[in-house]
Design a protein around this ligand. Structure first.
Ligand code: ADP
Ligand code: MG
Length: 692
C-alpha cells in the first residue's frame, strides 16, 4: 500500500460538500468503491456510521485467554515459521504463551522473532491451548504505539472491493485533516447549554473513535437530536413560508348531515362520535385540516369519513375519496351510493378502467360540479381531472400511499382539508416526523356486539378439520374467504388460487365457490365481489387482493394458506375481513411445512392477540420504521443516526425545541448556521415536501 503523501496543510476550500477525492491517496477507483456505500462527499464519510464496534480496550495477559473468545493482546514473538499458505508463530508475555496461525505464508517477511505485536482476533475453540486464528496484528515499534488495540474499534459497512483497513484509513484521514473546518457547530447555544450537549465535531469524532460507552451514547444522542431538530424546524419553516395563501373552505354540517344521522340504523360508537366532532371542528376552521384517523380494522372508519363528506356537501363543496385498490374503491362506491344518494348527493366512481367516453363525461361532471363525491383510486389525480370546488380529500388506507401521491392529490384542490385513514397504527412520532403537524384521531373500540375473532394456527396434517368448519359456517348461511399467496401453481411450493379452488370444489361440491385475483379483468372482479357481497357465493378463494377494506359482514371464516408467507400487518388486515357482523368469526392460519422461525413467530403473535396496535409494535420491531409509510424510498425518513422507534423521547424533545426556536425567531435571523444547515441537510426533504 503506498504511503499517503505528506501534506499537513488543510486545503482551505474543503467543506462538507467536497468530493471525497479531496483526500490524499483517494483516487477515482477507490471513489467508485466508496460510491457503492453511498459515500460521495466528505460529509458522507464523516457520517459513515460503523455497523458495530469491537471493544479492544483491554489487552489480555496470555494466561487469561479463553478458547473460542475474541481477544486482544500484546506480546513478543518467540518463534515464527512459514509453510506453504500458512504462517505459524508463538508469542509470549510474562504470564505465558500462545500460538498464532495465519493463512498466508507472507507474514514472516515482516514479522521476526523478538518483535512486539499487537494482536486482535478469535481463538480456536477446539484446542485447550490458546491459538489465535488468522488475527489482525500490528508490529509495535518503540517510537509508535499501536492503533490496533487499546480502544474501541469501529467496523464499517463494507463492500467486496473496499477493505476495513482502507475505509478506516480514509475515515481517519478525513477526521484528522478536515473535521475541524467542516463540522461547524450549528445548534443554538441555548440548546447546547440546556442539554449539556457535546459539540458537533466531538460527536462525529466519538462515533468513529468512541472513548467509552457513555460518551458514545451522548454523541449518538446529539446526532439523533440534530436530525429530528433540523427536520422539524424545516417543516415549520416550510409551513411559515406558505402562510397567507393556505385558506381552506369552511365546511359546516347542515340538513343532509342531520337527515343521515337520523336515518342511521345503529348508534355511533363513542370513539366515532369523538372523532366525528374533532373532524367537524377542524372543518369549521379556515386552516386546512390535516388529520389522520387511526382505527383498527372493522372499527368503522368509513362512517366517520361520511360525516366529513356530508359537511362538505352541506356547504356546497366537493369531496374526493381515494382508495388504494380498484376493488376497494368499488366497494366504497356501492356502499356510499346506498348511504348518500337517498339524501340527494351525487356520487361517482372514477377508476382507471372507465371507458373513454364514460370517463370524458364524468370528468365534465366533476369539472362542472355535477358530482358531489368522487370515489376512486389514484386515477382521481390524473392530470386531466379538474374539480369545480374540491374542499375535502379523504385518503383511505393511507399507509399504502406514498407521500408524493398524496401531494399530487392535494394540488387538485386549492387547499383542501385532508383526512387520511389507516388501520396500520403508525407511531405518532413517525407521522410527526414525516408530515409535521398532523392531528390524530383514534377509533379505539369496535362497534357494539362484535365478538372477538377466534384465531387458530394449523399444521398441514390438520387440514381435514377445515372442510367440516366450512360446512358449519355455510349451514348458518355465513360465508368464507380462502386466501392463497399465488394465483397459479408456481415455482415455489405455495398454495395457488386456481389449485385450491379445484381442490375445494372436489371436497365441497355442494357449495358455490369462486375465485378472485389481481389478474382478472376489472369487470369480472367486481362481478365476483358483488356476488359475494350479495351472499350468492359461499367460498371466495382469493389472493391478497381482498387484503384491505373489503367489507362483507356476513363473512365469518377466513382461511389463510401458507400464512407464514405474509407479514404481520397483512395478516391482521386479512383477518379483519371477518368479524364484521354479529356472528362469531374464525381465522384459520395454515402453516407450510417449511415455515421460517420468523413466520412462526408472526403466527404465534396473531393467535395471541387481535390488538392491531400490539401487532404493529411487533411488526415494527421486526421490520424497522421506514417501511411503514412507504417513505424510505423517498428519503423522507432516511435518518442516518436517529431511529424513529427507539429515539421517541429525543424526537419529542427536538420537536418542542424546534417549535420554540421557530416561534422566537421564525426566519432564524439569529441562527444563520442553523438555517444553513437546515437548507443544506434537508434540501432533499424540503424539495419533496414543497410538492405537497
Ligand atoms: P374499517 O374501519 O375497517 O374501514 P368499516 O368502515 O368498513 O371499517 O366498518 C366496518 C363495518 O362496521 C361496516 O359494515 C359498517 O357498516 C359497520 N359499522 C360502522 N360503524 C358502526 C356502528 N357504530 N355500529 C354498528 N356497525 C357499524
Ligand atoms: Mg376501511
Amino acid at each position: 500500500m503506498p504511503a499517503p503523501k505528506k501534506n499537513p496543510e488543510p486545503k482551505p476550500e474543503a467543506s462538507l460538500t467536497s468530493p471525497i477525492t479531496i483526500l490524499d491517496g483517494l483516487g477515482p477507483k477507490t471513489a467508485r468503491s466508496f460510491m457503492k456505500l453511498g459515500v460521495f462527499l466528505l460529509e458522507d464519510i464523516f457520517f459513515l456510521l460503523p455497523r458495530r464496534y469491537e471493544d479492544r480496550r483491554y489487552p489480555k495477559p496470555l494466561s487469561d485467554l479463553v478458547p473460542g473468545e475474541t481477544a486482544c493482546t500484546i506480546a513478543r514473538v518467540s518463534d515464527i515459521d512459514s509453510y506453504p499458505g500458512r504462517t505459524e508463530a508463538e508469542i509470549a508475555d510474562d504470564s505465558g504463551s500462545a500460538h498464532i496461525i495465519w493463512y498466508t505464508d507472507k507474514i514472516a517477511r515482516f514479522v521476526r522473532k523478538g518483535m512486539k505485536l499487537a494482536v486482535y482476533g478469535q481463538l480456536n475453540d477446539k484446542r485447550i491451548d490458546a491459538v489465535f486464528m488468522h488475527p489482525e496484528f500490528e508490529i509495535i515499534s518503540p517510537s509508535r504505539g499501536t492503533s490496533l488495540i487499546g480502544r474501541i474499534f469501529p467496523v464499517y459497512p463494507g463492500t467486496a472491493d473496499l477493505s476495513q483497513r482502507v475505509i478506516k484509513k480514509f475515515v481517519d484521514l478525513a477526521l484528522d485533516k478536515y473535521s475541524v473546518q467542516c463540522l461547524k457547530e450549528f445548534l443554538p447555544q441555548r440548546v447546547l447549554k440546556k442539554y449539556g450537549m457535546m459539540s458537533l465535531h466531538d460527536a462525529v469524532l466519538q462515533i468513529h473513535r468512541p472513548k467509552d460507552e457513555l460518551t458514545f451514547i451522548k454523541a449518538r444522542n446529539r446526532l439523533a437530536f440534530d436530525e429530528f431538530y433540523l427536520l422539524q424546524s424545516g417543516i415549520i419553516m416550510r409551513r411559515n413560508s406558505h402562510v397567507g395563501d393556505t385558506h381552506a373552505q369552511i365546511l359546516k354540517p347542515g340538513g343532509k348531515f342531520d337527515a343521515f344521522m337520523g336515518s342511521l340504523p345503529f348508534e355511533l360508537t363513542e370513539a366515532q362520535r369523538v372523532a366525528g366532532y374533532e373532524i367537524l371542528a377542524d372543518l369549521e376552521k379556515p386552516d386546512p385540516m390535516n388529520r389522520l384517523l387511526q382505527g383498527d380494522v372493522g372499527s368503522g372508519k368509513t362512517l366517520v369519513a361520511v360525516i366529513a363528506m356530508l359537511a362538505a356537501a352541506d356547504s356546497g363543496a366537493q369531496a374526493a375519496f381515494m382508495a388504494p385498490t380498484e376493488i376497494l374503491a368499488q366497494q366504497h362506491y356501492i356502499k356510499l351510493v346506498k348511504y348518500l344518494e337517498p339524501l340527494g348527493l351525487r356520487v361517482a366512481l372514477l377508476t382507471g378502467s372507465l371507458k373513454a367516453r364514460e370517463r370524458k363525461k364524468l370528468l365534465m361532471d366533476i369539472f362542472c360540479g355535477n358530482v358531489d363525491i368522487v370515489i376512486g383510486t389514484h386515477a382521481i389525480f390524473s392530470q386531466d381531472v379538474d374539480f369545480m370546488n374540491l374542499a375535502l380529500v379523504i385518503v383511505d388506507e393511507q399507509h399504502r400511499f406514498g407521500v408524493l401521491q398524496r401531494g399530487a392529490l392535494i394540488s387538485k384542490g386549492k387547499y383542501p382539508h385532508v383526512l387520511a385513514m389507516t388501520a396500520t397504527p403508525i407511531p405518532r412520532t413517525l407521522i410527526m416526523s414525516v408530515y409535521g403537524d398532523l392531528e390524530v384521531s383514534v377509533l379505539n373500540e369496535l362497534p357494539a356486539g362484535r365478538k372477538r375473532i377466534q384465531t387458530i394456527s394449523l399444521r398441514p396434517q390438520q387440514f381435514r378439520k377445515i372442510p367440516k368448519m366450512i360446512r358449519e359456517h355455510a349451514a348458518r348461511h355465513e360465508q368464507v374467504y380462502w386466501v392463497c399467496p399465488l394465483i397459479d401453481e408456481g415455482e415455489r411450493d405455495l398454495a395457488s388460487v386456481n389449485d385450491t379452488c379445484a381442490k375445494l370444489r372436489d371436497i365441497l361440491p355442494e357449495l358455490k365457490i369462486a375465485v378472485l385475483h389481481g389478474r382478472m379483468p376489472v369487470n369480472e372482479k367486481s362481478a365476483v365481489m358483488n356476488e359475494f357481497s350479495a351472499g350468492n357465493i359461499d367460498i371466495l378463494v382469493a389472493t391478497v387482493v381482498i387484503e384491505v377494506g373489503v367489507d362483507v359482514p356476513n363473512a365469518s371464516l377466513i382461511v389463510i394458506e401458507d400464512a407464514g408467507q405474509f407479514g404481520l400487518a397483512q395478516l391482521h388486515q386479512l383477518r379483519g375481513r371477518v368479524g364484521r357482523g354479529k356472528a362469531q368469526s374464525t381465522c384459520v392460519l395454515l402453516e407450510n411445512q417449511d415455515i421460517t422461525p420468523d413466520g412462526k413467530a408472526r403466527l404465534e403473535a396473531m393467535v395471541r392477540t387481535s390488538d392491531g396496535f400490539e401487532l404493529a409494535e411487533q411488526d415494527l420491531q421486526q421490520r424497522g420504521a421506514g417501511e411503514i409509510c412507504g417513505t424510505r424510498q423517498h428519503g423522507v425518513t432516511d435518518f442516518r443516526v436517529a431511529d424513529l422507534v427507539r429515539d421517541e423521547k429525543i424526537l419529542t424533545l427536538a420537536r418542542d425545541e424546534a417549535r420554540e426556536l421557530m416561534t422566537d425567531d421564525p426566519e432564524l435571523k439569529n441562527e444563520p448556521e442553523m438555517k444553513k444547515e437546515i437548507l443544506h441537510r434537508l434540501g432533499r426533504v424540503l424539495e419533496l415536501a414543497a410538492t405537497s
